[in-house]
Ligand binder design. Structure first.
Ligand code: IMP
Ligand code: MG
Length: 185
């Protein structure tokens, strides 16, 4: 167990391991999107607030022209269990004919990512790619076509590197899992 300001937690990945995973994602994203040589820059859609850290690390590793935009949709609020989808911020970029790269912190059920993908297509995007820093190892009701995955984590509540637990822990240097008894807030 590692002491953190959220209490003792299990470190699943060190900061270095997460950074290496983000670098691998960047290589794959560059390989896919660079040859597209878009007539318009790729719109990178950062899903606030959790994706801030991964986007901050990923962006300088991408080699193609891009616009950075943000969206804020939350399902969980301050709770560690599911809730309704709440749109707080929609993209400002015109997505018509755009190639969009949605970047999120975690693929859990995938409801958020699927809703964002539908939104981008409804705004006229021609291609939508999705990248997540971590994917939770769990069953999903719907197939979620995520193109780039940094790391796989067990089906536990995790925090760090942008991911929060009850609003805290986004600055934890690595990916940590709450102890079972704390996991459901
Ligand atoms: P989904 O729609 O079920 O995929 O939920 C996605 C969102 O829930 C993520 O973008 C996170 O903000 C949040 N979330 C899901 N699981 C976790 C977790 O283990 N730690 C922190 N946030 C989580
Ligand atoms: Mg999120």
């Amino acid at each position: 167990m590692t002491p953190t300001h959220l209490g003792p937690a299990e470190q699943l990945f060190s900061a270095e391991a997460v950074q290496a995973a983000i670098q691998r994602m960047a290589v794959a994203i560059n390989a896919d999107l660079e040859p597209l040589v878009p007539h318009r820059p790729v719109v990178v859609l950062s899903v606030l607030s959790g994706a801030i850290v991964v986007v901050g690390q990923l962006l300088p590793l991408l080699h193609f022209p891009l616009h950075l935009d943000c969206v804020q949709v939350s399902r969980y609020g301050d709770k560690t269990r599911g809730g309704d989808l709440l749109w707080r911020l929609t993209p400002r970029e015109n997505l018509l004919d755009a190639t969009v790269l949605i970047v999120d912190d975690i693929l859990d059920e995938g409801v958020t990512l699927l809703a964002l993908r539908d939104y981008c297509f409804s705004q006229g995007a021609t291609a939508v790619r999705m990248a997540v820093m971590v994917r939770k190892d769990r069953e999903r009701q719907q197939e979620v076509p995520v193109d780039y995955i940094g790391l796989d984590v067990p089906d536990r509540f995790v925090f760090g590197f942008g991911l929060d637990a009850r609003g805290l822990g986004r600055n934890a240097p690595g990916i940590f899992a709450l102890l079972e008894e704390d996991a459901h807030g």
